[in-house]
Design a protein around this ligand. Structure first.
Ligand SMILES: [Zn+2]
Ligand SMILES: [Zn+2]
Length: 680
């Protein structure tokens, strides 16, 4: 038995959770925690909302509220999001809790007393108009490394931590002025002092997954810089030193401590020391955007404290949405609260796990979600359970029948059932959550095939032994599924236990114990309802409508703003810099077509439905050109069209291709477009 300390990256309390958060962090952490509890290990899983820092302060300024009000609002929402997806946290705290202030200040003071935090006068951005220094998100500009739009402390596009003075074209976020550079005294953490120790930690830690190790090794090669630990602002944890009035600890100097303070809060409540768990096996589940902080900065702070270091840092990669990068500002996002209003959260847990391994970027698409739920959960698992239970009721009086003189097929299937618990358990222990789930589905598929081959509906009349062996084993697999699915889809797993008429199973080992002959099962109930096309269409319409609305807002804001256009362009270049080979390009078929019909789509102010003659046939294309062109302007025009796109539905209309256009115009005539505009 091992004690395991699991932490989930602290969600930042300036917005609710979306699917990306769940996929990278909370669902994998929960699968791991639930499995380990079932396997007999002792687990402490903690999290907290990260409530300091400039984004919350900026938002509070904008709304005329106190930062704590903003933080409380989103803490409550996030807590509900996490609860609604059955993430089984042992404690969910806040970095504004008193205990967190105390531990963070003690931590800071300890490092300062050891000489690992020192004072230095540096240059900082200062807004003369607002009369204040501009830490972090109070300033925005262009990332010097990749050319993307970045906020003061961090570039989302390339993942690099930044100093605001490095930004190209910095702007004060509050008033839009260009700030000046001024002297200010701040405190620094001697990160560079730990270079060698960190190199050793990264290269010898056997648990670190390759993505974390690679990122960390690259940063180590560049050499570590000391890290500024303080900010001049009111909102935050005061620096616990004399002469440091008006300064607070930088969020990344205290957010990690949320893991500890949340655990300490749990200890106070339960009387169980959290330190025993930290001394066991420590796993941090995070998103890939904060690998730097967790693989280098946090271990160095712990080294400064002579603490045991984390054993594993598991970083989930990004999730895009319908093929494009998620963006909360463009409302191109699916919020957890919206999702669970319309669908069972277990479906989400299933889909986000089975969709791709966590060390790969992947995409959430509503069509694929529907397909996987219907084809896999409903048709494979649901179907197998349903036929097993209904046959058992109909032909064996709801009792698990006898198992006698097994055939070769029986023995082979029995073996597959018996091997499954260890196979899946090993994969989950190894952080291969998707692979574990795929094994379960594969075995259920095998179950369906076995059931078909044994034809119990015939055998029950001709060869009773064959039929009863089939139903005996099918019931055994049902029990194994009920237990093995629990870490993945806990509610559905419990529902299966109820149908089998066994207690809600909480021990992995029980999956290896077969149901006894004669055990009575309960009545079967439908477990997975198929998702209808209409439900998916509604979700997609909602999504595209959100996007249009936010683009309309943006259009009115951006009008005539050349500066903004340039930024956008630079940003796109930054994001799309990945080069492709000629083979990739050869996959795209572009033809010149002639628009023969064109009409507006009722519900949209932007989309036009066009019929385009592309030589051998006429295709229907829905194009977002309605704001630039009236339908009659386009009829008769020739346009380049991508003709081998997978058909999609937009606002309920089929679209079989894409007119090549830029953000400002279709390419009726390239002279209408700006130099450097991207095709989209
Ligand atoms: Zn960058
Ligand atoms: Zn200003």
């Amino acid at each position: 038995m091992t004690k395991i300390f699991i932490s989930c990256a602290l969600p930042y309390a300036n917005g609710p959770c979306h699917l990306g958060h769940l996929r990278s962090t909370y669902i994998p952490a929960d699968i791991y925690a639930r499995y380990n509890r079932m396997a007999g290990n002792e687990v402490l899983m903690v999290c907290a909302t990260d409530e300091h820092g400039t984004p919350i302060a900026v938002k509070a300024d904008l709304e005329g509220k106190e930062p704590i009000e903003i933080a409380k609002r989103y803490h409550d929402m996030i807590a509900e999001d996490i609860r609604s997806c059955d993430i089984s946290l042992d404690n969910f705290a806040r970095t504004t809790d008193k205990i967190h202030y105390k531990i963070s200040q003690d931590f800071f003071k300890y490092l300062y007393d050891k000489g690992l935090i020192y004072e230095e006068t540096i240059q900082q951005l200062y807004c003369e108009n607002c009369e204040k220094f501009l830490p972090d998100r109070y300033v925005e500009g262009i990332c010097p490394a990749c050319g993307s739009e970045a906020r003061g402390d961090h570039c989302e596009a390339c993942g690099r931590a930044l100093d605001p003075t490095e930004l190209i074209e910095p702007k004060c976020l509050t008033c839009g002025n260009t700030p000046i550079i001024c002297d200010s005294t701040q405190y620094f953490f001697k990160l560079s002092h730990f270079q060698e120790q960190l190199e050793d930690y990264i290269s010898t830690n056997e648990y670190l997954p390759p993505n974390v190790r690679n990122y960390a090794e690259n940063w180590l090669k560049e050499g570590l810089q000391d890290w500024i630990m303080t900010r001049d602002m009111k909102w935050g944890i005061p620096v616990p030193l004399e002469g440091a009035e008006g300064k607070v600890i930088y969020v990344w100097g205290e957010a990690f401590i949320g893991y500890i303070s949340s655990a300490a809060q749990w200890s106070r409540r339960t009387g169980i020391p959290w330190e025993d768990y930290w001394d066991g096996h420590v796993v941090h589940f995070i998103g890939k955007d904060i690998i730097y902080h967790h693989s280098l900065f946090w271990p160095a702070m712990l080294m400064g404290h002579d603490c045991k270091l984390p054993d594993d840092i598991f970083a989930g990669e990004f999730l895009s949405l319908e093929g494009r990068k998620m963006s909360t500002s463009k409302n191109w996002v699916v919020w957890v609260a919206d999702f669970v209003r319309d669908f069972d959260s277990d479906l989400l847990r299933y889909y986000l796990t089975v969709n791709a391994p966590l060390n790969k970027d992947t995409d959430f698409s509503w069509d694929d979600f529907q397909r996987r739920i219907n084809d896999e959960l409903a048709d494979v698992i649901g179907n197998f359970l349903h036929r097993t239970f209904t046959f058992t009721k109909k032909f064996f009086d709801s009792k698990v029948p006898e198992y006698k003189n097994p055939s070769e097929e029986d023995l082979e299937f029995e073996k597959a059932i018996k091997e499954l618990p260890d196979k899946v358990g090993d994969l989950i222990s190894d952080m291969k959550f998707r692979e574990g789930l795929v094994e379960i589905i594969k075995t259920a598929k095998k179950g369906n095939k076995y059931f078909n081959d044994q034809e119990p509906w015939k055998a029950v009349k001709e060869d009773l032994e064959r039929a009863s062996n089939c139903l005996y084993l099918s019931n055994q697999l049902s029990k194994v599924l009920a237990i093995l699915l629990k870490p993945y889809i806990p509610n559905k797993a419990d529902a299966i236990c109820n149908m089998i008429n066994i207690p809600i199973e909480d021990r992995w080992e029980d999956a290896k114990v077969f149901l006894e002959e004669g055990h009575t099962i309960n009545k079967a109930k439908p477990l997975f309802k198929k998702i209808e096309d209409k439900a998916i269409e509604q979700q997609k319409e909602k999504l595209y409508k959100n996007l249009e609305e936010s683009e309309d807002k943006k259009d009115s804001r951006d009008k005539d703003s050349k500066d903004n256009n340039k930024k956008l362009k630079d940003k796109d270049i930054g994001e799309k810099m990945d080069l492709i080979s000629i083979d990739d390009f050869a996959k795209v078929e572009i033809k010149i077509g002639k628009i023969v019909e064109c009409e507006k789509i009722e519900k949209s102010n932007k989309l036009l439905k066009t019929q385009i003659d592309i030589g051998d046939k006429t295709i229907q294309v829905v194009a977002g050109l309605g704001k630039r062109y009236a339908p009659e302007d386009l009829v008769g025009k020739k346009v380049p069209v991508v003709t081998n796109l997978k058909p999609a539905k937009l606002m309920g209309e089929k679209s079989e291709g894409m007119i090549m256009a830029t953000e400002s115009a279709a390419i009726l005539n390239p002279d209408d477009c700006e130099i450097g505009e991207l095709l989209m």
